[in-house]
Write a protein that binds this ligand. Structure first.
Ligand code: ADP
Length: 489
């Protein structure tokens, strides 16, 4: 609607501008032409005064020449004011002009008098006294065809929607009847002292004029095409944005995963050093004892000790192996896993750290396997992150430092709760816990929970915070593998 309003307004303005320009031109031409009539009147009057009666042929000749040269002058009459004889009429003879010219000449006080030519023609008479004084002997009249007066080389006025009106200064219509159809847009008297004829013009502006069906159709087509183009562009943009978002997400995920692993690795290193010290110290002590016993030839005891060394070495190997599997770039691998094993692995890796903090790690595990489908390393990481967070939390607590890991079965789900006796989760961070890079810890990365959440979801489960009487309690829920479920049923 707005577009058509604008279009109509634009069209209307354009039409008015055209009309004004054409009207100005017409006004200038017509003004110039009527001025010429004054000159003709003066010339003819001079001839008349000089002896029209003696030389009517001269008057006729000049008048004839004027009319040939200026076709809009369709008649010239010279009427003696004091008698019936000596009248000279050249050109039109549709009407008896004698009385009309006499009356007009009588009325004249110097300036020529304008009278409607009494005929169907759109013509007027301009009557002048000759000589132009009280002693006038003749009335001299020119019959001017108003249509020819306005005739020009512009096609503009041949258009059906363009209208012109011309009237005598007293309002007598010559061409058109002003105000018969619509109000004029242009109205100005011709710039002439003797013939200030009123020129008016208008341009019709109906809805179909200012909103031509062709243009409306064109504009509608343009709008439709524009809308279609916008839709296509819009859809393209949505696609591009979605692709960008996906790329960003997967990029973020990769970074997250890697950063978390690197981070976990760093944190693990201290715990691991601790863990490895134990078997290595044991191995060293036992190796020394074995050397001693070997020197004494007590081979039975040596064999026993070596058995122990093998066990300790295996344990150290297992710890190192875990480190390797965590850091090696690897394909995700879904398999049946007993969550109890994952919990034990995480506990093994963090036991040293717990010991250092003086924190107690308690495991409550069901007697039967708690099997889920998932990636072992990923789930171990989740547990590691939760237990590490719990240890960080209890490290702040002055009271009992307890971290409990309880695994159980709840219908078709395996549930693992990791709770601690730390200060609990601050209410203002609760909503942002799983947002990547959100951390309240100075050396934190804010990746642990975000990644854990993602990994648990990837295994078809959920990671949530649950209400706890004290400290914080995180809950991992994972769908049990079908076999376990059936066994449970
Ligand atoms: P980071 O440990 O690097 O800060 P996380 O994503 O693991 O990153 O944890 C985000 C934030 O969640 C922590 O900075 C901490 O404020 C809060 N949080 C996590 N675990 C606990 C918990 N057991 N007790 C209290 N607050 C916790």
């Amino acid at each position: 609607m707005l577009v058509f309003g604008l279009l109509a307004g634009f069209e209307r303005n354009a039409r008015l501008t055209d009309l004004t320009a054409e009207s100005d031109r017409l006004h200038a031409v017509a003004s110039q032409r009527v001025d010429q009539h004054d000159a003709h009147l003066t010339a003819l009057s001079a001839i008349a005064v000089a002896g029209a009666e003696q030389r009517p042929d001269l008057f006729r000749e000049v008048a004839g020449a004027i009319m040939r040269f200026y076709p809009r002058i369709i008649g010239i009459s010279l009427v003696p004011l004091d008698g019936d004889d000596g009248e000279l009429e050249i050109g039109v003879r549709e009407a008896d002009l004698r009385e009309l010219i006499r009356a007009a000449a009588d009325r004249s006080t110097g300036t020529p008098v304008l009278v409607r030519y009494p005929s169907d023609r759109p013509a007027y008479l301009i009557v002048k006294r000759s000589p132009n004084s009280e002693a006038a002997r003749y009335g001299l009249g020119l019959v001017i065809d108003a249509a020819a007066l306005l005739h020009g080389d512009s096609d503009y006025w041949t258009r059906a929607e363009a209208t012109r009106w011309l009237a005598l200064p007293d309002g007598t219509a010559l061409i058109g009847v002003a105000g018969d159809l619509y109000a004029p847009h242009f109205s100005r008297a011709l710039s002439s002292d003797t013939q200030p004829l009123e020129l008016k013009t208008a341009i019709r502006m109906t809805i179909s004029d200012i909103l031509p069906p062709g243009r409306v159709a064109f504009v509608m087509a343009v709008i439709a095409l524009g809308a279609m183009a916008l839709r296509v562009i819009g859809r393209q943009r949505v696609k591009v944005r979605a692709a960008e978002a996906r790329a960003e997400l997967s990029g973020l995920e990769t970074r997250l995963s890697h950063a978390s692993r690197v981070n976990a690795l760093g944190e693990m290193a201290s715990g691991m050093a601790h863990e490895l010290t134990q078997p290595l110290t044991a191995i060293l002590a036992q190796a020394q004892a074995a050397r001693h016993l070997a020197a004494r030839g007590d081979m039975n005891r040596v064999a026993e000790i070596l058995e122990d060394v093998v066990g300790q070495t295996r344990r150290a190997g297992a710890i190192l192996e875990r480190l390797r599997t965590w850091t090696r770039p690897r394909e995700r691998n879904a398999e049946s896993i007993d969550l109890r094993d994952c919990i034990r692995v995480a506990e093994t890796l963090l036991a040293g750290q717990a010991q250092e903090l003086g924190a107690r790690l308690t495991l409550t595990l069901p007697p039967t396997p708690l099997t889920v489908e998932g990636d072992r390393v990923e789930l171990e990481q989740v547990l590691f992150n939760l237990i590490r967070n719990a240890l960080d939390a209890v490290a702040e607590s002055a009271g009992a430092r307890e971290v409990a890991i309880e695994a159980s079965r709840d219908g078709a789900m395996a549930v693992i709760d990791v709770s601690d006796t730390g200060p609990g989760i601050r209410p203002d961070v609760r909503d942002r816990l799983f947002t990547p890079f959100f951390t309240t810890r100075e050396s934190g990365t804010g990746l642990g929970l975000a990644l854990s959440h993602r990994l648990v979801e990837r295994a078809g489960g959920d990671l949530t915070v649950v209400e706890a009487r004290e400290g914080a309690r995180f809950r991992i829920s994972l769908p049990l593998a079908r076999t376990t479920r059936r066994a449970a049923e």
